[in-house]
Design a protein around this ligand. Structure first.
Ligand SMILES: *[C@@H]1O[C@H](CO)[C@@H](O)[C@H](O)[C@H]1NC(C)=O
Ligand SMILES: *[C@@H]1O[C@H](CO)[C@@H](O)[C@H](O)[C@H]1NC(C)=O
Ligand SMILES: *[C@@H]1O[C@H](CO)[C@@H](O)[C@H](O)[C@H]1NC(C)=O
Ligand SMILES: *[C@@H]1O[C@H](CO)[C@@H](O)[C@H](O)[C@H]1NC(C)=O
Ligand SMILES: *[C@@H]1O[C@H](CO)[C@@H](O)[C@H](O)[C@H]1NC(C)=O
Ligand SMILES: *[C@@H]1O[C@H](CO)[C@@H](O)[C@H](O)[C@H]1NC(C)=O
Ligand SMILES: *[C@@H]1O[C@H](CO)[C@@H](O)[C@H](O)[C@H]1NC(C)=O
Ligand SMILES: *[C@@H]1O[C@H](CO)[C@@H](O)[C@H](O)[C@H]1NC(C)=O
Ligand SMILES: *[C@@H]1O[C@H](CO)[C@@H](O)[C@H](O)[C@H]1NC(C)=O
Ligand SMILES: *[C@@H]1O[C@H](CO)[C@@H](O)[C@H](O)[C@H]1NC(C)=O
Ligand SMILES: *[C@@H]1O[C@H](CO)[C@@H](O)[C@H](O)[C@H]1NC(C)=O
Ligand SMILES: *[C@@H]1O[C@H](CO)[C@@H](O)[C@H](O)[C@H]1NC(C)=O
Length: 495
């Protein structure tokens, strides 16, 4: 007691700026004996930087296994839209298809384990080794896809890694250090994005090795941005569907070994996503849970940005849904997102970023005002939100049958009936709101207000919206059962 009092008063003397407790309402335990051991604050700052003391060291070998070759295209790829005619059309199909959709079943009869008292119920296979788990019986891991499901999922993820590799090089290659500075990003931030490109080399190599010689290779891409802010916004969206696309299938993979390593790479993608949000001055992770989406959704979002692939590339089996356009998409570059004009996005592809070239007096990008500024930051508070529960959200959507993706060789399709609901996929939730029609291919709904758990609004962050013909009850582990009911797919900038 005595020594604690001494320490506490020493701490207050040293940290004159520290406010009296409680600084966090309701938190009364803030009495730990923390002290600034130097007792002299942050000044004076260091003025000399080495040389250091030498420490014991030896020379070690560096290097590692080879990178996958970046496709037939050496160095940077070319960019722009595809103007030719496709030599092949449509998704890959199986030799036969057994039914039009997967019927719903009751719970798995073997899923019955329940432990009410925390004791072990079964013999342990070894000391400190509780019974159960998959891949825990000593079999040697095989880091290869183990079904068509695995192959197509990892092939899709590889298409995504390849575009990221090119995209993260493309920004630093396209925009100057000056351009980045105007968006509030330093030379160190620019190098950080280039480092992310290098991470993609590793991810592409890993996935290629787990697929074998039929692994998809790098393509050429057609990007939507013309400013650094638009580039960062696009990166933020692209990595969002990259992350969510993997979370959607990760726990369904037959090869748990593949899932293990993919988890370890997608954790890095999640960090990239958060960093891009920070570079955009958005709350870095305004949710309690990240979400998962079906593979066909990830492919729908990604395909419009791939313009052309080499002739022998392995094609994918996933569906491309028609695009759902959010007419009044909130613009994160605005001080007042309420004032966003209709179609304030750079184009009509679903992942297109919001326009950043708006009048200075309406832009939050270089505004150094807490609550209103949206320049790069570790964390940001927006006093005027991008969106809010009850906001009217207006949509238009495309008819199916449009050519999309590499060489315009895939075709959008839907097997759903007339659209009646808007499905909101975020965090752990699938929430439906009624669609009000205003025309054959236009309508509106209101942003829902539900919570995941108390105080965690389900709708926040860049999130996934679908137009559906029914409000089928589904949860994260069976969300792909929604696919036969999807009319069109979009992205919504909530927050
Ligand atoms: C704990 O529960 C299991 C079955 O659920 C039962 O067999 C066991 O006797 C219980 N153990 C204790 C200590 O209550
Ligand atoms: C070990 O576990 C795997 C599933 O993880 C199973 O397929 C295999 O049959 C098991 N091997 C033995 C010897 O029990
Ligand atoms: C492998 O890729 C990394 C990241 O781009 C690069 O630094 C390295 O030089 C590459 N290795 C070879 C042999 O090209
Ligand atoms: C495509 O062709 C290249 C060059 O001939 C070859 O290296 C690659 O393995 C082929 N890919 C597929 C999927 O056949
Ligand atoms: C896509 O178009 C390019 C350029 O016309 C062509 O070289 C390539 O073989 C095409 N790829 C496919 C898959 O048709
Ligand atoms: C934005 O619009 C909503 C709904 O009309 C309104 O409640 C809110 O006050 C507006 N925001 C600002 C900052 O005016
Ligand atoms: C997008 O499509 C809508 C109609 O669906 C059209 O009114 C709008 O002008 C288009 N915007 C761009 C940028 O092409
Ligand atoms: C932003 O404003 C704060 C407080 O007014 C000031 O300390 C800081 O230097 C400013 N930052 C920039 C980048 O202008
Ligand atoms: C940030 O927003 C929260 C919630 O609206 C508010 O309680 C807090 O005071 C804000 N902090 C700052 C620094 O503006
Ligand atoms: C809606 O579709 C019907 C039937 O195809 C057509 O007759 C009608 O003109 C369309 N309405 C509008 C507003 O486009
Ligand atoms: C969101 O998901 C949680 C967890 O499954 C559930 O308890 C909650 O009711 C859901 N909320 C909404 C609005 O759907
Ligand atoms: C989204 O999360 C941010 C950060 O926690 C919060 O300030 C904002 O109010 C949330 N938006 C909505 C619509 O709940």
């Amino acid at each position: 007691m005595f020594s604690k009092t001494i320490l506490a008063s020493a701490a207050f003397a040293a940290l004159a700026a520290a406010a009296p407790a409680p600084q966090v309402p309701g938190y009364t335990g803030a009495d730990a004996p923390y002290a600034d051991s130097t007792g002299n604050g942050i000044y004076p700052l260091a003025t000399t930087f080495g040389p250091d003391t030498t420490v014991p060291a030896t020379s070690v070998s560096t290097g590692g296994p080879p990178n996958v070759s970046e496709g037939p295209l050496t160095g940077p790829t070319s960019h722009g839209p595809f103007s030719g005619t496709p030599t092949t059309t449509g998704a890959v199909t199986a030799p036969s298809t057994l039914a039009a959709s997967i019927p719903a079943l009751p719970p798995n009869p073997t899923a019955t384990y329940y432990n009410a008292n925390g004791t072990l119920l079964n013999p342990a296979p070894a000391p400190y080794t509780p019974a159960g788990g998959l891949g825990t019986n000593g079999t040697e891991p095989r880091y290869m896809v183990n079904s068509d499901f695995d192959f197509e999922s990892i092939a899709l993820a590889l298409y995504q890694e390849w575009i990221e590799l090119d995209l993260f090089h493309n920004g630093p290659a396209t925009f100057s250090e000056e351009d980045f500075l105007e968006a509030g990003l330093t030379a160190e931030d620019r190098d950080y994005i280039s480092f992310m490109a290098n991470q993609e080399v590793g991810h592409a190599t890993l996935l290629t090795n787990m697929l074998g010689e039929a692994a998809p290779i790098q393509c050429t891409y057609n990007y939507p941005y013309s400013t650094v802010r638009e580039y960062i916004d696009f990166n933020q969206k692209l990595t969002k569907w990259g992350e969510a696309g993997v979370f959607g299938f990760l726990n369904h993979l037959d090869a748990r070994e593949v899932g293990q390593m993919l988890t370890q790479s997608i954790a890095v993608e999640s960090r990239q996503q958060m960093s891009f949000r920070q570079m955009l001055g958005q709350p870095p992770m305004p949710v309690w849970f990240e979400t998962g989406i079906p593979q066909s959704w990830a492919w729908t979002y990604l395909a419009p940005y791939i313009s052309e692939c080499p002739a022998n590339i392995t094609r994918l089996a996933w569906q491309n849904f028609p695009a759902l356009h959010v007419v009044n998409q909130p613009n994160p570059n605005r001080i007042s997102p309420n004032n966003t004009a209709d179609y304030e996005v750079v184009g009509n592809r679903t992942g297109d970023p919001s326009i950043s070239e708006i009048p200075n007096e309406e832009s939050c990008v270089n505004l150094n005002v807490t609550g209103s500024g949206c320049g790069p930051a570790i964390a940001r508070n927006r006093s005027e939100p991008l969106s809010f529960p009850g906001r009217q959200v207006r949509f238009t959507w495309d008819a199916p049958g449009q050519a999309v993706g590499p060489n315009n060789s895939y075709v959008t399709s839907t097997s759903a009936g007339a659209p009646a609901f808007v499905a909101w996929v975020s965090q752990l939730n699938l929430t439906y709101t009624p669609l009000h029609h205003t025309g054959n291919n236009s309508g509106f709904t209101y942003q829902p207000g539900g919570h995941v758990y108390q105080n965690d609004p389900a709708v926040n962050d860049t999130m996934f919206v679908a137009l559906t013909d029914s409000d089928l009850y589904l949860t994260p582990f069976n969300l792909s059962m929604i696919n036969p009911h999807v009319v069109a797919l979009g992205l919504y900038t909530a927050g």
